[in-house]
Design a protein around this ligand. Structure first.
Ligand code: GP9
Ligand code: MN
Length: 419
């Protein structure tokens, strides 16, 4: 019956929300938003090589661009709902569920998602994704959170020649999307979900511009050429946006949705990364995905090292658009604000804090990657793990408050428009 709402609001006011406006508040007011959800791209490929060749030349150059903010310690926070979980995090700044896909199980809940909020600010919103509309229950969820239009597979011309793996190749997909983007009302809020760099990373020979890696994992081996393909597709999309006259008045956000290479490939991964083994600490660090905010003409971009996650996208974006979130309920921070909560919660209760990484019941020093345990300073194992305890409790609390909202459909009881 909504009795928990004051508790939740109190938590947000004390731990999440900041009273002051961030440095970039309003920087993109009235601009179009082009959000690219880049399938399975992990941060370890950025500024890295395979067989002596750059994997992502375009994304590397974008990172150095003066109009771009790149977040090098940005984590995905998804679970079994994969892409749909990342969408849920981005649109709502709520956590997905620890089992199943919230898009399916709670697709009919009341939300206060970004498209709904932007609707109130005269934005037209659309998703572009060349898959069946009901995959991940997207058709229902998108309608529920007020997306104006979903350009699903029916909007694309898909043939044997222009498809590979899961479907329409990314280059074809962007190419075919431009005409729709030109036809919709501005300002728009749009989401583009790529597909080619999806497990098992199939690619036609003619599209392979770099060679696969050589290890016992074909999954990891083939990952690199498909990542490069998507990198080229995004570069091409930037050029098409410029040609279409859509670039200048837009901001472009690129985010990896979740990992592509699971822990099943740790042996090959340790070979690639030239490590003896992938420790639990390394595994958490591999959950970093690229996050770019590109603001044409801004000139003040930089590489940001502060910890961040998908939960932070909604408040960051809304504030950039000059939209206040005083009455909203969300668990992320504006990434352009110094006043932040200091941890990124993974869905399984593991976390990254400014100082520590907690996983597999081990408290690691974040900088060194060394477990805190009995050492010269006389700390016993238990008190070493205790260094992580205060944040463990906060993470647990935050995840459970978010779960209460989803399981209880608590937003039914709130009118977010009333001030
Ligand atoms: C399917 C695409 C991939 O439409 O988003 O989904 P995933 O398997 O990555 O969740
Ligand atoms: Mn995905």
């Amino acid at each position: 019956d909504g009795n928990e709402i004051p508790v939740i609001r109190n938590y947000i006011d004390e731990n999440i929300r900041s009273d002051e406006k961030s440095e970039l508040f309003g920087v993109a007011e009235g601009k179009n938003v082009i959000f690219i959800s880049a399938e399975s791209i992990q941060s370890f490929v950025i500024n890295n090589e395979v067989n002596g060749q750059e994997i992502t030349p375009f994304l590397n150059s974008l990172m150095d661009d003066e109009d771009t903010y790149y977040f090098e310690n940005f984590y995905h926070q998804t679970e079994q709902g994969k892409t749909s979980d990342s969408e849920f995090l981005v649109e709502n700044s709520l956590y997905p569920l620890s089992r199943g896909a919230v898009f399916f199980t709670h697709g009919q809940n009341e939300y206060n998602a970004t498209p709904e909020i932007l609707h109130e600010h005269d934005y037209f919103s659309a998703v572009f994704h060349a898959n069946n509309k009901s995959f991940w229950n997207r058709d229902q969820m998108y309608e529920n959170i007020n997306y104006d239009y979903f350009y699903d597979i029916e909007s694309y011309e898909v043939t044997d020649e222009n498809s590979v793996g899961w479907g329409l190749k990314d280059k074809e997909y962007f190419e075919q999307s431009i005409k729709y983007l030109q036809s919709i009302e501005q300002p728009f809020y749009t989401k583009f979900i790529t597909l080619t760099n999806h497990f098992p990373f199939e690619l036609d020979e003619e599209d392979k511009t770099i060679e696969p890696y050589d290890s016992n994992s074909n999954t990891l081996n083939n990952f690199f050429p498909t990542v490069r393909y998507t990198d080229e597709a995004i570069e091409q999309f930037f050029n098409q946006l410029k040609d279409a006259g859509l670039y200048e008045d837009s901001i472009i956000i690129i985010m990896g949705d979740h990992y592509g290479i699971s822990a099943n490939h740790n042996k090959a991964m340790s070979q690639y990364l030239d490590k003896d083994e992938i420790t639990p600490y390394d595994h958490v660090q591999l959950q970093r995905v690229p996050f770019y905010i590109h603001i044409p003409g801004h000139g003040k971009g930089e590489v940001k090292s502060e910890i961040a996650g998908q939960i932070d996208v909604k408040p960051t974006l809304l504030h950039m658009l000059g939209i206040e979130t005083d009455n909203d309920i969300y668990f992320g921070n504006d990434l352009f604000h110094d006043d932040r909560k200091g941890f990124v919660a993974l869905r399984n209760g593991d976390f990254i804090s400014d100082d520590y990484i907690y996983t597999s019941d081990i408290c690691y020093d974040r900088q060194s990657g060394e477990p805190l345990e009995a050492d010269e300073s006389g700390l016993d194992n238990e008190s070493a793990t205790n260094a992580c305890h205060p944040t463990m409790e906060k993470v647990e609390k935050e995840l459970s408050l978010s779960d209460n909202i989803v399981y209880g459909d608590l937003f039914r009881f709130i009118d977010f428009d009333e001030k």
